[in-house]
Design a protein around this ligand. Structure first.
Ligand SMILES: Nc1ncnc2c1ncn2[C@@H]1O[C@H](COP(=O)(O)OP(=O)(O)OP(=O)(O)O)[C@@H](O)[C@H]1O
Ligand SMILES: [Mg+2]
Length: 905
């Protein structure tokens, strides 16, 4: 050990998970619980040689001179917490973070950068989890590394820390080791758009919102356009996301018009996939029922009534969801709390102290934005009063301040102050202030730049250079004009630029897009652009469909994620202009991407296209196939078969070359309805056609389908041959989704240990391309395979599957998982099995299970009934039958977790 290592102090921070709720629900019991909690932690710290130096509300901080002691104390405390009986409180879980570094001491207080870092690491943990920093792991390994079971969790951006941090988990066989993704800022941020780079001020409002988010359920930020409602909502969500353990989501209401639209948008944003419920709103409520989540609904002013209904419905059904809405007007929904957002703070008009002026958010924003536009810009005594005049004239409205500051490359501040003054003389309405500023921003554009700018407004979200070249050329604009044109627009601050690994991506500020679309008469000009946009995106979508079947699937998934808004706009135009087949073609191209990732929106594209269909469109088969998939997911298996056959009929008459999607839905429906013969018939037909066309991927995919069918018919020998053949082909093709699928089928087949390896590999490939569908199947299969293990590995596998389906809220798949879980847990936790059986029987699942499965299920249940005794068994069955899906999931995960805890004693 070097002397530097010896000088390190190791810190440990702890915090009880969900303590606010526990205090609320178990006020009386909590005092005793807390004193037992303190006893456990103090005991563990003391016994291992450390010292508690601070108490926080629900946890403590301790310091250790030896890193080994800290690791011991953490594990010991977790084990004791898990083993304790917490009475009515049920269970108490604490998150722990450990980090080693230098400590500073002042009058008994320990503080410093490393102490804060440790607290941040703890913040990222879930209850029951112990997280370590990279430094701590290095120290542990330098001393007695072999003694510890340490799992690497990757790099994470933690709150308030400037650089990402490598995070590790300290495991112990006696403790649960699988947890949801870390609660790091990174994970949450990805669900929120980034905060404006130049974000300033708003500390008071953010703090105030903290209280409102804690106490209220529906909060609306109101104020005029550009005042900063959206930015404030994002800032508040980032600051207070600790209140929402399941995360925070941002949903731009954009073009949504009805309740159904809004519900669908939220569903897509949260990647939920509930199957229960007649309409999107019901599905959404069932998907969200148990989440502790913050939902930001951004820009509700054009759908006040619909947004209010969605909010009321969701808040009624989902007790732990909080909605933060931004809107120019209040929703007038029940229980709504309103926070009016005012402009940024302004200094006095005659303020002459530079530093004092800079302390106001408006001036700070102006200065920073102006410097971006013009690197030599400096706020000084010479221009202070002009800048104050500008900020005052635009009332400190941040958007207006920004737009004005962006003009500093072209105008002298005094000049601009006068111009704004002249233009504003006659108006005092803020929206007009903005329009004036947008006019001003555009006034520096040449006629050619204006034309290009106007044409670019057809893109929804960002766009690449190549697509701009495709869509915006023609007339006065030549291909060669695009590159200089875009860079001029970026220089003049009306376009922003983002550098990605695939070149530059451009984005138009929302207000400009709106302004242009509103001002431009919807005449021919716009239609031409929209048509070109549609054609360009059809080409992109076709390339994507092919790309998804190659070894480069990962890249294509990323591109599709990025272009989804543009695809939506293209579909909308196709439908609006009566080009039904083109809408269907877009459905065909995006189906593969959408299905595996549960993006239901494509289903509604298909519905709209079918509603407008004349019945003879070449791509009609694809829309029908998507409808068949939707029916199967909605548990309408017979309907799904009918639709699938209709799709296949259509495909036969179609001039389109690739119609494999139709064969696929028939094969799936065949398996679901138990008509395996039909399933293999269409699969063989597909294989033959794929061979003729040289479509190697389809050959492999349908070969695995056939194998799967054999497997269900218990013809393992034929299944084995075909599955191995398919896997071999898949390995050569290197397409991740195909590999995941073939590995899954092979894994199902193997009886020995190798099955788990194959399934694990399947999950890895599926995760690589976010194929949630196959990942779920493979997770489920590994749980099944682990049944014989009968130990905590099995339980961990059950938990993993249930959490997977919970994450996407797929209740149909969840029902199957719970059924397997019941079967696996027979003899381990009979009471749980009886509860699950009660719930499952009430569901009358129509999904056909293979005969083998049902029989062994019944046998397992019979054993449980015998061992529990009739009366007790019935009681639990009744209890289960009364639960709703989310209750049963909660009950089940708790039971599994506490079994793990008990069994490790
Ligand atoms: N606190 C802030 N610091 C820096 N810039 C800000 C701040 N608040 C808003 N802005 C900038 O002002 C512009 C408008 O802000 P935002 O989109 O939040 O307004 P809004 O009130 O939501 O407007 P709308 O009603 O049009 O949706 C954005 O470009 C944003 O970057
Ligand atoms: Mg907004």
């Amino acid at each position: 050990m070097t002397s530097a290592e010896r000088n390190h102090t190791t810190f440990m921070f702890t915090d009880i998970e969900d303590s606010t709720r526990l205090w609320e629900e178990h006020d009386r019991a909590m005092e005793a619980v807390m004193s037992r909690h303190d006893e456990i932690f103090h005991g563990a710290v003391r016994e291992c040689g450390g010292k508690v130096f601070k108490h926080t509300g629900d946890g403590l901080a301790a310091a250790f001179t030896d890193v080994q002691q800290a690791a011991c104390a953490a594990l010991q405390a977790q084990k004791r917490l898990a083993a304790s009986d917490w009475g009515t409180v049920g269970e108490l879980r604490s998150r722990i973070g450990i980090h080693s570094g230098l400590a500073q001491q002042r009058s008994g207080e320990v503080f410093g950068r490393d102490v804060n870092r440790c607290a941040r690491i703890m913040d990222a943990a879930h209850g029951g989890q112990v997280l370590l920093s990279g430094t701590t792991v290095a120290l542990l390994e330098a001393t007695r590394g072999d003694r510890w079971d340490i799992r690497e969790l990757g790099m994470h951006q933690l709150k308030d820390l400037s650089t990402p941090e490598a995070v590790f988990q300290l495991c112990d066989p006696a403790l649960p080791s699988r947890f949801p993704p870390l609660r790091s800022v990174d994970r949450i941020r990805r669900q929120l758009p980034p905060l404006a780079e130049l974000f300033v001020g708003r500390q008071m409002e953010v703090r105030r919102l903290g209280g409102m988010l804690r106490e209220g359920r529906l909060i609306t930020l109101t104020g005029p356009g550009g005042v900063g409602k959206t930015q404030l909502a994002i800032a508040a969500a980032m600051d207070h996301m600790r209140l929402f353990q399941d995360g925070a989501w941002f949903c731009r209401l954009g073009s949504a018009q009805t309740v159904e639209d809004i519900a669908q948008l939220i569903e897509a944003t949260m990647e939920l996939h509930a199957s229960r419920g007649e309409n999107s709103l019901e599905r959404l409520s069932s998907g969200l029922a148990t989440r502790r989540a913050l939902l930001i609904l951004d820009g509700a002013e054009h759908v006040l009534e619909a947004a209010a209904s969605v909010a009321t419905e969701l808040l009624g059904a989902c007790g732990n969801v909080v909605i933060l809405c931004t809107s120019r007007e209040v929703l007038r929904a029940r229980g709504e709390q309103v926070l009016g957002v005012g402009p940024l703070a302004l200094p006095a008009l005659d303020e002459d102290d530079l530093q004092a002026a800079r302390r106001s958010a408006a001036v700070a924003l102006f200065e920073r934005r102006a410097r971006l536009a013009h690197s030599e810009f400096a706020l000084g005594e010479g221009n202070l009063s002009a800048i104050l005049s500008i900020c005052h004239q635009v009332d400190g409205l941040p958007l207006a301040v920004e737009l004005a500051a962006a003009q500093m490359a072209a105008f002298d501040p005094r000049d601009l102050a006068q111009r704004i003054g002249r233009r504003l003389e006659l108006i005092d309405d803020r929206d007009k202030t903005l329009a004036t500023l947008i006019d001003l921003s555009c006034s520096g554009l040449s006629e050619a730049e204006r034309t290009l700018f106007r044409r670019l407004a057809v893109f929804a979200g960002g766009f690449s250079l190549t697509l701009a070249e495709r869509v915006c050329t023609g007339g006065d604009v030549a291909v060669d004009d695009i590159v200089p044109g875009l860079s001029d627009l970026v220089d003049k601050s009306v376009l922003s630029i983002e550098r990605t690994d695939e070149g530059n991506r451009y984005r138009m500020l929302g207000v400009f897009r709106h302004y242009i679309l509103q001002r431009l008469p919807a005449g021919e000009g716009v239609d031409v652009q929209r048509q070109r946009h549609l054609e360009a995106y059809l080409e992109f979508a076709n390339a994507a469909r092919e790309g998804l079947s190659t070894q480069f699937e990962v890249d294509w998934v990323r591109r599709l994620n990025r272009e989804f808004n543009n695809l939506r706009a293209a579909v909308a135009w196709a439908l609006e202009s009566g080009q039904v087949d083109r809408a269907m073609e877009l459905v065909h191209c995006t189906d593969g991407y959408a299905r595996d990732r549960f993006r239901r929106e494509v289903e509604s594209w298909a519905e709209q296209a079918l509603a407008a269909s004349r019945g003879d469109e070449p791509h009609r088969f694809a829309a029908l196939a998507v409808r068949a998939t939707a029916a199967a997911r909605g548990d309408d298996i017979a309907g799904s078969m009918r639709l699938a056959e209709e799709a296949l009929d259509c495909a036969r008459q179609s001039t389109v070359a690739d119609t494999f999607i139709a064969n696929r839905v028939v094969a799936i429906a065949g398996i679901l309805t138990g008509d395996r013969e039909r399933a293999s018939e269409v699969s063989y037909a597909a294989i033959e056609r794929a061979r003729e066309r040289g479509a190697a991927l389809e050959v492999a995919r349908f070969t695995a389908f056939v194998a799967h069918g054999f497997l269900l018919a218990s013809d393992n020998e034929d299944a084995g041959d075909m599955a191995r053949q398919a896997l071999e082909q898949a390995r050569a093709l290197r397409n991740p989704s195909l590999l995941a699928w073939c590995l899954y089928v092979c894994g199902l087949l193997e009886e020995d240990e190798s099955a788990l390896g194959l399934l694990e590999e399947s999950i890895e490939f599926a995760d690589m391309v976010d194929n949630q569908y196959v990942a779920g199947l493979a997770l489920q299969a590994s749980m099944w395979k682990l049944q014989s293990a009968g130990d905590s590995t099995l339980v961990a596998a059950c938990l993993r599957v249930i959490r997977h389906w919970y994450r996407v809220a797929n209740w149909a798949a969840m029902a199957i998982a719970l059924r397997l879980c019941a079967q696996c847990m027979a003899g381990i936790d009979d009471d749980l099995v009886a509860v699950l059986d009660g719930w499952l029987r009430r569901q009358e699942q129509r999904v056909a299970f293979s005969a083998g499965l049902s029989e062994s299920y019944d046998q397992a249940i019979a054993r449980v009934e015998k061992s529990l005794g009739k009366a007790e068994f019935q009681m639990s069955v009744h209890r289960g039958a009364a639960m709703d899906p989310t209750q049963v999931v909660n009950y089940c995960t708790r039971a599994l977790e506490s079994w793990v805890a008990r069994s490790s004693g």
